[in-house]
Design a protein around this ligand. Structure first.
Ligand SMILES: CC(C)(COP(=O)(O)O)[C@@H](O)C(=O)NCCC(=O)O
Ligand SMILES: [Mn+2]
Length: 907
């Protein structure tokens, strides 16, 4: 054991990390005492400094990594992965589950590491493992449900997926979990009795601020404005976040001036808050729950209860002081009427009047505080809001009205989880406190459309349970209760929602407007693409889905494609009964997501076409479809490889200029093999792969719809006397399998290699439609290399040809070194690419690249059509969707795009 520890120290020698400090702590006598005392009596443990058990710690991966992942097999999870905020009405839980690690690093990755080194992914000295951050809430009145949930997932012992749990290591006897809120005091004994855990109480204000700071810095589109029913996401500049006013609306209201991390002051508050609404509301309406009261307000008309300016001014505005006739002059003012009793008022109207009174009051006091302290921004959080449109609109109206438009109210998607997140952040050494937005990916699992912003019951376990739930839900509709997530009222089943339509109402019903919070996937190895000209202003999506007709069009496209996709997916898994069941469940889950998003496009955050296309792939993965197009991809690869030798011969017989044009034409023509496009799939019935390829090539008449070929040719081959150095390194973002890669992009790559340009083929990490993956590429390159010396030598130089290296003839080895051809994964599993989140190996490979080529509709039209880069960029695509062609350049189906953009000047 001691030997291992010494080894690890050597492995991390360059950095004196916390891990080492802990090793020393363990060697230190004082430390030893602390550890043993802690295990017998956890209350004596220093709460601020949990201990890591580093025995048998092992570096995962190469020892020469600068930031290797460190596995702690004996870490006994006293560094809990669970934190709670136990409030008066709700318990909020934040917990972390680790990704399953795949320790086997394949040879392609090793070659990349050797060439590019390991990127400096984590600035911290103790890299965190990838994982997921989950957000769950329960009613405080149903504490037992919450305890069952924790127990069923063993969250107090680090989760059932924790290494120690899997290794059958006995968990610590009395783990400590961080909690905030009054319930941390009130229910400490219950937690101890039921789960054997000790609650470590964290200060509530501290937690709220830590949670808000984390969200505003680490989650892109966390904050949004809400005016007149319109939700707009706001991009917060991390460097310009402070100071701000945080208004947390729980039972009561706290107003906190936040000046930095851990720097804050509670400057004000009001006792008229969520508890007031619920308390008064319950007395006045006899509602049984907060949500029921809120739901009632949906059908309310507050003018029946409130005295409006118009009531006083005979239906007129009081325009001189800016009050319209519909402004509330006096909340509940009409109830002074002596002729009416409580029973004469509709509970719906009372609920809305109460809601508006309280929201308005909070908005007004908040603004006055912001004014007093000179704060530009006000963020509202707390579960009183619940993504409720009237509440947010009323608060926004108050802030807008009193500030005369100078200040704006902003809301937070994770509104209710600030405290719990803050408590979670208070654990030391989990390393999550300095996470960046690009390391987090939010995913919306199957239950998201149903659960929405609602409280849900115990979790679903494995895939089979998930599928059963989908099936049962369809059969019984809303009757389904525990052990499945509770469905929001008013839903009938998959894809069929019978709640009142939003049409005709100014604001959507609460059930559809509620915010859905996904699971935050932590991928510490994701980075911002270093060649983006301006990451701050970069927007991947080209098409704006906030245009309703555009949104509806793309929803229809996706819905219509689903049956065919299900067929392919089921066939790819052998067409078994199990695969059919999963296919069915996938179709339902996808249509539920689509139905939810068409109701409330911002339900999952800012929505772009790339998100929709990725959601579909994620949904397939959720039901364990590994690669729906696998056999199509293989068939097309084989067919294309048979014509490659002839194509290469034809190319080699041409002069440089003709060859370059033929190569670019070839890329555009072969991009027709796109199984995500309805038009193309219809076309495939009309001929063989090779026939379609030839037909497509024949139709490549210039000028193309966007035609910068001459500019590209000039840069590549020069013009007259004007000559340029060949590019040093090109990143080729490849798209589809088959002809696209083999007859299109590989020959282009070969031309660059011939010119002495190092080439990196960048491909998807995970399958998406018929896109080629980084995993599949080496084999394809190896096959192609059999027909071509240039490819063979470069692939060998790039460490791509493992078998070839073994079999290579001696003569080949002795020949002059070639520029390398490499393959890197992009970190995506989507037909599009978001350059704010790419793999660290791509980021490393990009460092000295001076050309990028983006190929295909997903990567260069749906996304990145307008993106600017620090190096030259060539965007090549065939437009396989008529509407997109019209929208982008008034073009038509099968138009081609060849856009060449020299490096952005201002980079
Ligand atoms: C998903 C795709 C972007 C893939 O295109 P690619 O990137 O392979 O060129 C494309 O197939 C697409 O936009 N399909 C939906 C539109 C349609 O069926 O017309
Ligand atoms: Mn594709």
């Amino acid at each position: 054991m001691a030997d291992n520890q010494t080894n690890n120290k050597t492995g991390c020698e360059s950095e004196r990390g916390d891990l080492e400090e802990n090793i020393e702590d363990k060697e230190d006598k004082e430390g030893e005492k602390e550890v043993s005392a802690a295990s017998s009596n956890p209350m004596q443990r220093s709460s601020s400094r949990p201990q890591l058990d580093v025995s048998r710690a092992a570096i995962q991966g190469d020892f020469d990594d600068r930031n290797p992942t460190i596995l702690l097999p004996n870490q006994s999870d006293d560094i809990s992965h669970l934190a709670l905020d136990i409030g008066g009405s709700l318990i909020k839980l934040v917990y972390f589950s680790r990704h399953e690690e795949n320790p086997s690093d394949n040879w392609r990755k090793r070659a990349i590491k050797q060439r590019f080194g390991v990127s400096n992914v984590n600035r911290r000295s103790y890299p965190i493992l990838g994982g997921r951050l989950h957000f769950v809430k329960f009613e405080t009145g149903k504490l037992n449900e919450c305890l069952d949930f924790i127990s069923s997932k063993q969250l107090h012992h680090g989760g059932i997926d924790s290494p120690s749990w899997n290794a059958g290591i006995r968990p610590v006897e009395n783990p400590i979990i961080k909690a905030t809120g009054g319930g941390a005091y009130k229910y400490a004994d219950v937690f101890n009795e039921r789960l054997g855990v000790s609650i470590d109480k964290e200060d509530e204000m501290n937690c709220l601020v830590a949670g808000a700071n984390f969200l505003l810095k680490a989650i892109r589109h966390e904050a949004f404005t809400h005016m007149d029913g319109q939700k707009d996401f706001v991009q917060i500049d991390h460097n310009d976040l402070f100071p701000y006013l945080l208004v947390n609306i729980g039972s009561g209201v706290s107003m906190i001036k936040v000046d930095g991390d851990g720097k804050f002051e509670r400057v004000s508050g009001t006792n008229v808050g969520g508890g007031t609404y619920w308390g008064l509301g319950r007395l006045l309406t006899k509602c049984k729950s907060f949500d029921e009261l809120l739901e009632l307000s949906q059908q309310g008309d507050n003018s029946k209860v409130d005295m409006l300016v118009g009531d006083i001014y005979g239906g007129m505005d009081y325009s001189k002081i800016g009050l319209s006739a519909s402004t509330i002059a006096s909340s509940f003012g009409k109830a002074i009427s002596e002729t009416k009793e409580l029973s004469d008022y509709r509970p719906e109207d009372i609920s809305l009047s109460l809601l508006r009174m309280i929201s308005y009051n909070i908005g007004q006091i908040s603004y006055l505080n912001a004014l007093w302290y000179g704060l530009k921004r006000i963020f509202f959080g707390g579960f009183f809001i619940r993504g409720h449109a009237y509440t947010m609109d009323t608060i926004s109206f108050a802030v807008q009205f009193w500030s005369k438009g100078q200040a704006q109210a902003m809301f937070l998607r994770h509104e209710g989880f600030l405290g719990a997140l803050g408590a979670f952040m208070s654990y030391e050494k989990h390393g999550l406190d300095d996470l960046m937005a690009h390391q987090l990916v939010e995913r919306f699992p199957m239950g998201a459309p149903y659960v929405g912003g609602k409280i849900h019951g115990p979790p679903l376990g494995d895939l089979n349970e998930k599928i059963s739930w989908m099936e049962k839900f369809l059969q019984k509709g809303t009757e389904i209760t525990a052990p499945v997530p509770m469905a929001p009222p008013g839903t009938t089943g998959m894809g069929g929602f019978d709640r009142p339509s939003s049409k005709g109402h100014m604001l959507r019903s609460d059930a559809s407007a509620a915010l859905t919070i996904g699971v935050l996937h932590l991928v510490p190895s994701l980075e911002v693409f270093p060649l983006l000209a301006d990451p701050k202003t970069y927007e991947p999506n080209t098409i704006d889905l906030s245009d309703r007709t555009e949104l509806e069009y793309w929803f229809t496209v996706l819905s219509e494609h689903t049956p065919d996709l299900v067929d392919k997916a089921v066939a790819s898994e052998g067409g078994t009964d199990d695969a059919k069941r999963r296919g069915d469940a996938f179709a339902r889950a996808l249509s539920a997501h689509l139905a939810r998003l068409i109701e409330e496009p911002a339900a999952y955050g800012k929505l772009g076409l790339a998100n929709l296309l990725e959601l579909r792939e994620e949904c397939l993965r959720e039901f364990q479809f590994r690669d729906a197009y696998i056999s199509i991809k293989q068939r097309e690869n084989e067919a294309s490889l048979t014509v490659l030798p002839d194509l290469l011969m034809e190319l080699d017989s041409m002069n440089e200029e003709d060859r370059l044009l033929t190569l670019v034409e070839g890329v555009l023509a072969a991009n027709i093999f796109d199984w995500g496009s309805r038009a193309c799939v219809d076309l495939y019935h009309k001929g063989t792969i090779i026939e379609i390829y030839r037909m497509s090539r024949k139709k490549m008449q210039r000028p193309w719809r966007v035609d910068d070929f001459d500019k590209f040719k000039e840069r590549m081959l020069g013009c007259g006397e004007k000559k340029f150095q060949p590019y040093k390194k090109a990143l080729l973002f490849v798209d589809n399998s088959g002809a696209d890669i083999i007859l299109g992009m590989l020959p282009l790559a070969r031309e660059l290699l011939r010119q002495g340009t190092e080439v990196v083929l960048v491909a998807n990490s995970l399958p998406a439609l018929n896109d080629v993956t980084a995993y599949e590429l080496p084999e394809i390159v190896a096959e192609a290399a059999k027909h071509c010396d240039i490819l063979r030598k470069s692939a060998e130089a790039g460490g791509l040809l493992v078998d070839a290296m073994v079999n290579a003839q001696d003569g080949l080895k002795a020949s002059s070194p070639s520029v390398p051809l490499m393959v890197v994964e992009n970190g995506c599993g989507s037909p599009c690419i978001d350059f704010r989140q790419v793999s660290s190996e791509l980021a490393a490979a990009a460092k000295d690249a001076d050309l990028i080529i983006l190929e295909g509709m997903g990567r260069s039209l749906h996304t990145n059509f307008n993106a600017k880069f620090k190096c030259d960029a060539l965007k090549l695509a065939m437009v396989k969707n008529q509407r997109l062609a019209v929208k982008l350049f008034n073009g038509k189906l099968y138009d081609c795009v060849c856009r060449f953009e020299p490096a952005a000047q201002h980079s």
